[in-house]
Design a protein around this ligand. Structure first.
Ligand code: B12
Length: 349
């Protein structure tokens, strides 16, 4: 009988939720021994389990500690799958790396293991690989292709530099991970040779040869303009001005503990990073999606979405010389106000 993989995922989530490494490893190895293809264990049990971890953290049902514990167990489970099934390479060589500054190594690791299972000889280089070091590795090992992972869109400018550097030494880049957009639009914009939404699609793509985006592509010509450069250079100064102005204008902040102030600073920092990334790729949805996400995460922690409206308004006032960023902030405020309105409707029902 084929095991029910949905039930297995539920069981897996339960095990990783209590950081039960042996239990999770026994479960995944047991599934493989029971006839489930290793690729299905990676993509239909471990991957959805991890996505659920994200939802449970976002809705404040799981603490950061519980998420970290679960992710550590998943890393071990992926390693167990990979150690249990060791196909000999029959195809070319792929260097798999996460973009500089990208610490979500697990999604890309799962993809790397699927490529291994499909016969590729994989060098998995892990999280946050600086572009120049990746190029040195390419010179030393001569892979056929680089598979570049990016989960957070804030890493796109650095991913762009890496894509260009790999291509300059004649190695094509397959891009993937949530940061490139659900439809791969940023992979295309940054000039990657190919993009795949999932690990199995990535393996199919490579097996079919590496197709290129249309030769007419010239999307990157306008990226990284003066406004982007200004925001990147003045990020720290901008954040401290926003914090100071908020302290003066938002009375409840006077009663914030040091920890709450630290969290506020981190949240503003993420908003600034997404604003900068949206300025880079000229796409408001990159910013407004993150604003909506932030509102949901804060509301789940009893922080009113109105605080985001206020914070974005202060960014807007402070950034007098950045018309494009100000336009993005105006759209961000609309997105945050929508969250406030939805929240009011929900609470009044
Ligand atoms: C675990 C985790 C972490 C861990 C990562 C540890 C590790 N070793 O990977 C840690 C704690 C470091 C972390 C940190 C942060 N995280 Co985090 N994290 C997650 C979480 C819960 C799971 C990641 C995972 O394993 N996913 C499972 C896999 C299977 O994901 P996947 O994207 O579907 O992968 C598939 C495809 O994308 C594709 N693929 C992946 N890589 C590649 C590469 C190539 C080349 C190709 C072709 C395909 C491909 O193949 C995979 C399989 O099909 C996600 C939630 C989520 N939904 O993913 C949040 C999440 C990604 N994190 C998020 C955030 C915000 C952060 C932080 C900013 C949080 C903070 N406040 O500090 C930091 C930033 C860190 C950084 N600088 O990079 C947000 C992003 C929100 C957004 N709008 O962009 C998410 C979505 C959380 C959420 N619940 O909403 N995080």
């Amino acid at each position: 009988m084929t095991p029910d993989l949905e039930a297995a995922t539920e069981r897996y989530l339960e095990l990783i939720g209590r950081a039960d490494e042996y239990g999770a490893v026994d479960l995944v190895v047991g599934l493989i021994d029971g006839g489930v293809p290793a690729e299905d264990v990676l993509l239909r049990v471990i991957a959805p389990g991890q996505r659920r971890v994200g939802e449970l953290w976002a809705s404040n049902e799981w603490s950061v500690a519980r998420e970290h514990g679960a992710t550590a167990v998943s890393e071990r489970a992926v390693a167990a799958v990979s150690g249990h099934v060791r196909p000999a390479p029959t195809r070319g060589r792929v260097a798999v790396a996460c973009a500089d500054g990208e610490y979500h190594a697990l999604p890309t690791r799962i993809m790397a293991e699927v490529l291994r299972l499909r016969g590729w000889d994989v060098d998995f280089l892990g999280a946050s690989v600086p572009g120049p070091h990746l190029i040195t590795h390419l010179h030393q090992t001569g892979p056929d292709v680089v598979a570049l992972g990016c989960t957070l869109p804030t890493r796109l400018p650095r991913a762009h530099a890496t894509i260009a550097a790999c291509q300059a030494v004649g190695i094509p880049v397959l891009a993937g991970g949530a940061g490139f957009g659900a439809d791969g639009r940023y992979a295309r914009l940054l000039g990657a040779d190919a993009w795949a939404p999932t690990a199995d699609a990535a393996a199919d793509r490579l097996a079919a040869g590496l197709p290129s985006f249309p030769a007419a592509y010239n999307g990157a010509a306008h990226l990284g303009d003066e406004e982007y450069t200004y925001l990147t250079r003045h990020r720290a100064e901008l954040l401290s001005r926003v914090m100071d102005t908020l302290r003066e204008s938002y009375a409840p902040m006077g009663g914030y503990s040091a920890r709450q102030l630290e969290h506020t600073g981190e949240d503003l920092g993420h908003l600034a990073d997404f604003l900068i990334a949206a300025t880079y790729v000229h796409d408001a949805s990159l910013f407004t999606d993150f604003v909506t996400w932030t509102c949901r995460v804060l509301v789940a922690r009893n922080v009113p979405a109105e605080s985001v409206v206020l914070g974005l308004g202060v960014f807007h006032d402070v950034l007098t010389d950045c018309p494009r960023a100000r336009a993005l902030l105006t759209e961000g405020v609309t997105a945050a106000r929508t969250c406030c309105a939805v929240r009011r409707t929900e609470t009044s029902v």
